[in-house]
Write a protein that binds this ligand. Structure first.
Ligand SMILES: NC(=O)c1ccc[n+]([C@@H]2O[C@H](COP(=O)([O-])OP(=O)(O)OC[C@H]3O[C@@H](n4cnc5c(N)ncnc54)[C@H](OP(=O)(O)O)[C@@H]3O)[C@@H](O)[C@H]2O)c1
Length: 316
């Protein structure tokens, strides 16, 4: 179905929370939602950077401190949001790190898995009931083409293995976890009869601050060329996320990305995904592991389809 940013419905009366709204793609998503009338909560590691972003965005915004590398910070952020808001229409799990300098999060997790996945898993679980019964409510989780590099099942020891904090496979595993989480959440929401949808999107490539991490030496020339040839500016790269957040025709479980040149650019369209991301039993295991590691329990039944597999999605 044709989609263009000009056709995004008005977001007046809706409250959207964007993690990592202080820069890069998150700032552009937050700006687009605020321009269309949403009240946008910028959940940022640095409130100073968050306030600077809010000033650039204009519209109706507020800034909440959220450090996804600390489950304590995630709980405090969720408590603060719950005190101020009775409902949430949209949660955009966007913040992310790639090749960070610290080998572990505050809670001792490998930082890609801890920040990109576990922090968002906990935040979503702590806020989800604010979305119950809210028409059109939606959780959008930002994955990546790099989810294909996420080989090897996640388990407890690997979740705490800080040795991989500068490896592409660790980043890839966290992005694979983002995609598996989005799909498993959709399956559980649908199974519990909730009208909240869970969808995912990836931006292709964009030369944001994400690429300033300490990449492995072999990857630097490769990523330099890829960025020169394929990157889109953040205001274009974020369009799959914006569509995932606002397209009223999107089914739960959809996964969007740029539609052209190996999903690196072009208008948002259904994206392809690895076989691992579609493995229903691996998604179930990841969910159980994530609940155990974060201590956040969703109370959503692990619904199964009649065939025991996952439901049809718009993603591939
Ligand atoms: N850019 C790409 O080519 C690309 C490709 C595929 C997927 N993605 C995904 O797109 C998303 C956005 O990335 P981006 O390119 O916009 O990167 P970015 O410009 O580096 O922005 C990342 C955002 O995440 C925030 N963040 C980092 N660590 C955090 C933490 N511990 N707690 C809370 N917030 C934290 C950053 O906050 P600070 O301001 O404090 O640093 C920043 O606002 C990520 O999920 C990334 O994996 C990006």
């Amino acid at each position: 179905m044709d989609w263009s940013p000009a056709g995004v419905p008005g977001q007046y009366g809706r409250t959207a929370l964007v993690t990592g709204g202080s820069g890069g793609l998150g700032l552009e998503v937050a700006r687009a939602l605020a321009e269309r009338g949403a009240h946008v909560v910028l959940a940022c590691r640095s409130t100073a950077r968050g306030r600077a972003a809010a000033a650039r965005i204009g519209g109706s915004t507020e800034v909440v401190r959220l450090d996804l590398a600390s489950l304590d910070s995630v709980r405090r952020a969720a408590d603060g949001i719950r005190r101020r808001h009775r409902r949430l229409d949209l949660l955009v799990n966007n913040a992310g790190v790639m090749f960070p300098s610290r080998p572990r999060t505050e809670d001792g997790f490998e930082p890609h898995f801890g920040v990109n996945h576990l922090g968002h898993f906990a935040l979503t679980g702590l806020l989800l009931d604010l979305m119950h019964g809210v028409p059109g409510s939606r959780v959008v989780t930002v994955a990546s083409l790099a989810h294909r590099a996420g080989r090897g099942a996640m388990d407890g020891p690997r979740a705490r293995d800080g040795a991989g904090h500068r490896s592409l496979s660790a980043y890839g595993r966290s992005k694979l976890a983002n995609l598996m989480f989005a799909r498993e959440l959709q399956r559980r929401l649908a199974g519990s009869g909730a009208e909240t949808l869970s969808v995912a999107a990836h931006p292709g490539l964009s030369a944001t601050a994400l690429w300033q991490g300490e990449a492995p030496a072999w990857l630097r020339p490769v990523s330099g060329v890829a960025l020169r040839l394929l990157a889109q500016p953040p205001e274009r790269a974020m369009l799959p996320v914006l569509r995932a957040a606002t397209d009223p025709h999107l089914p739960g479980g959809a996964y969007l990305g740029p539609g052209e040149r190996f999903e690196s650019r072009g208008a948002p369209a259904p994206a392809s995904s690895s076989r691992a991301s579609r493995d229903a039993s691996a998604r179930f295991c990841l969910w159980e592991l994530s609940e155990a590691l974060t201590g956040v329990r969703y109370g959503l039944a692990p619904a199964r389809t009649a065939a025991g597999g996952s439901p049809t999605t718009a993603g591939r």
